[in-house]
Each structure stands twice: as C-alpha cells, then as structure tokens.
Design a protein around this ligand. Structure first.
Ligand code: SF4
Ligand code: SF4
Length: 435
C-alpha cells in the first residue's frame, strides 16, 4: 500500500536538514517578556494584574473573556512593569503585559496529578482550559473549544497532526523524537475527553525517525495508529490530513467535526499532557530558528513573550545579505517588519531568508491562463479567477468562486509562472466582503 495523501499540492524543497539534527534546548531566560493578551483566534483576554505587581511563573495574567478565548500566564517570575499596546508579528497593536524577569524562576503553585487518567472527561477539559492551551501548529484556536463541539456532532476519531509539511520547520519533528511517550499520553487524554475509541497520528514519510519513535511509543496501544503520509505540501492542513489519514472528505465550508474528527497538533498534545499531569500552563513552546540567513539554526524552547531578536542572537545572529525574517514557515508565515515582536503560543518558527532565494513579486505579470494553479489547488478552487477578480476590485464576484474555502496555503502562488501574489489578492478580497 502506498503512503496516504490527497489530490493536488506541491513539492517545495523541504530544507529541514538545516535544523532537524539540533535537539531542543532551553532558550536563555529573557530579561523582559511581552505577553500579548490576544494570541489566539477569538476574544482578547482581560488583564488581571496591575503595574508594579509581583508575579510568579505560571500565574494567570490575563483571563479568558468569552467562550472562544484562552487565558495567558506569566512565563517568568518578576514584576509587571507595563501594560499597553505592542506590535505583534503581523504589525497589529495588541494590548500586552510586560514582565521584568527577577531570574528567581519561582513557580506559582501547580496541581501535580500522577493519576490524571482517573479524572473525569470534564475535569480533564477544565485543565486544558485553565492551562490556556491553543492549537500550536500556527492557527492558535483555543483547544477547549475544539474539544467542545455541539451535541449533535459525534466525534469518533482524534487525529494528531505530525505532518509538519511547511519547509524548514522542525519543531514538531524534534518533539516527536524527544517526547513521543508524552505526545501519546496527550492523545489518550484528548480521546478520554471526547470519549473516542480511535486515535491516529499522521506523519509525512520524510521523517522516518519520528515515525519509528512514535510507533515505538504507541506499541501496546491497540487503539492508536500511526499513519505515514506522502511528502507533499500542504499535507499538514487539517482537511488534507483528514483525507489522507482517514479517507474522509470535509465538504466545502464544513469543519473537521462535521466528519467526526478533532485534529490537534503534536505540540498541543504535549501541552495537554503537561497540563493534566503537572497542572503546567502553556508558557513556553519549541520555536525552530532557521533559514540560510541564520548562523546556527536551532530548535529552542522559548518562553512566550520572548523577543524574536533575542532568539536570533542566541542562534549566532543574522548573516550578511538577509532579505526577510518570517514568523512561521515560508508558505504560510508572515514577514516581520521588526525583530522586537514577541513569540506567542502560535509561533512555530523564525525563518531567515537571504536575498538570493527571495522571490520578488513587486512586478508580477498578468494571468496567462496556464492552469497550473488550478491543477495543484488542494481545495479544488480556481486561484486564477480569485486573483483576477480581486485585482480588478470585483470582490463580491470572488465569492462565487468559493473565496472563503481558500485557506491561504500559498501553493498556487508558488507554481504561478507570472509570479502573481495570489494569496495576498485572496486576503485582500476576503477583507473586503463578508463570508
Ligand atoms: S487558492 Fe487558496 S487553497 Fe488553493 S492553492 Fe491557492 S492558497 Fe491554497
Ligand atoms: S498559475 Fe498563474 S498564470 Fe497560470 S493560471 Fe494560475 S494565476 Fe494564471
């Protein structure tokens, strides 16, 4: 049997070798952390600390303000020195809490529980909620919301996303090598929360060591299967992974829960385990700092709120001739306009690209109707039409071409011979009309 996959997609060079063999190491303790009160999809948190207040590591500093919202916690012990607006990776000003590290590393009291599997589904869910866990693959959707589908939706499968299909990124790969047992426990907790009998982990087959480690960790767990997926971008997109691993098609406009599936990133599974076992909130994450423009690519365990610039320094700094620093991967990440922005729960990587490999699209050409973008769109859309309609300002008409089914994977722009900025044009159209 061949490896599992979906229709469409592309094969960009994966460049994972730059950081794949760097074990996860703790980043240096930051002097200051800037913790955004909004680092997930949903409502921003309300600050529950004031300037001058002493806080401990793991203490709640922002409380969830709505159902789709997630609390944030201090990632260092120290003093709150400012509360105000700071730019995030996309350049938006976000209300944030600034804490000066006292380097005492004092933790708030955490509820350790070696017998976490004897807790009820609701008790486990409360732990996930209190720990402020969000999707760590980049989307940052509050995990407790994903685990609370409407009653009429029956979930019968939990699928862990270990595909990590974005080129360069190796954070999930390293976690699967270094924490496989903990990831399996996180999956089992998620299965218990939803009362689901079957768990799956989808991993691309360019990660044979991770597949072996996860298989070894899952040996004896008859209800957990490791699925090897073809190496293809965007294999890690939820709908693509569900199709490849489970053979289920998520219809247009529908969500994974509509086909009975909850998808979690492997990093999220680890965070779920740590919350259930140790009561540990999500205050740090693995960030792959990589790219041809960085001196020593590394996988760093970084505190939430650390500065991107400090992580880059820790990796030896930038080489000469750097053109772009991206938060995330090259396909779906965002170019940073400043290195003074904070690492958030969704920051999977910092990618530094030198000028010689940047594609400059300022002067893009007209659509020559070659059809390449249509052939590879994993959602079966017509990216050419979406881009042309948006370019001409016919945003409403783009809806007839299923504008909102585009999840901005960037595959179409990658193959376009006219270097058309299709994703930017899609984003523009989306911002101009309602779904
Ligand atoms: S149209 Fe959207 S979903 Fe399709 S390839 Fe382009 S970015 Fe990806
Ligand atoms: S790949 Fe580019 S040029 Fe070809 S049809 Fe699509 S938008 Fe047009």
């Amino acid at each position: 049997m061949g490896t599992a996959t979906f229709k469409g997609g592309i094969h960009p060079p994966d460049k994972k070798e730059l950081a794949a063999n760097s074990p996860i190491i703790d980043a240096k303790a930051p002097k200051i952390v800037v913790i955004p009160l909004s680092q997930h999809i949903g409502a921003p948190c309300n600050a529950v600390v004031s300037i001058g207040q002493e806080v401990k590591k793991g203490e709640v500093v922002g409380e969830a303000s709505a159902f789709v919202s997630s609390p944030v916690h201090a990632s260092v012990s120290g003093k709150v020195v400012a509360i105000g607006e700071f730019p995030n990776a996309m350049g938006r000003m976000i209300n944030s809490i600034v804490i000066e590290n006292d380097n005492k590393e004092e933790w708030a009291v955490l509820r350790d529980n070696p017998d976490y599997m004897s807790l009820s589904a609701d008790e486990l869910k409360d732990k996930v909620k209190a720990a402020g866990i969000v999707g760590m693959g980049g989307a940052a959707f509050p995990t407790v919301v994903k685990l609370s589908p409407p009653k009429e939706k029956t979930i019968d499968a939990i699928l862990l996303n270990g595909a990590e299909c974005e080129p360069y990124l190796t954070a999930d790969y390293r976690l699967m090598l270094e924490k496989p047992r903990e990831i399996i426990e996180g999956l089992k907790i998620t299965m218990r929360i939803r009362g689901v009998q079957k768990g799956y982990i989808g991993i691309e087959d360019n990660k044979p060591e991770a597949i072996a480690k996860m298989k070894e960790a899952a040996a004896g767990e008859s209800d957990i299967s490791i699925i090897t997926c073809e190496v293809k971008y965007p294999q890690g997109a939820e709908k693509m992974l569900i199709k490849a691993a489970l053979g289920r098609e998520v219809p247009p406009r529908a969500l994974p829960m509509d086909v009975g599936v909850v998808v979690q990133n492997v990093g999220t599974a680890l965070a779920i385990y740590e919350a259930a076992r140790f009561g540990k909130p999500l205050i740090e994450r693995v960030v792959t700092v990589t790219g041809e423009g960085i001196k020593q690519p590394k996988n760093l365990m970084a505190r939430i709120g650390s500065k991107v610039g400090d992580l880059i320094e820790e990796c030896g700094g930038l080489k000469n001739g750097v053109a772009k620093v991206i938060s995330g991967g090259p396909m779906m990440g965002f170019a940073l306009s400043s290195l003074d922005v904070a690492v958030t729960k969704g920051t999977s990587g910092i990618l530094v690209i030198p000028d010689e490999i940047v594609t400059h699209t300022e002067e893009f050409g007209p659509c020559i109707r070659c059809g390449r973008c249509i052939d590879i769109c994993p959602m079966g859309l017509m990216p050419s039409m979406l881009s042309v309609l948006s370019e001409k300002g016919f945003y409403e008409d783009a809806k007839e071409y299923n504008l909102f089914d585009c999840f901005e994977c960037g595959s179409c722009a990658y193959v376009c011979p006219s270097k058309r900025p299709i994703v930017q044009l899609v984003r523009l159209a989306k911002s101009m009309v309602k779904p």
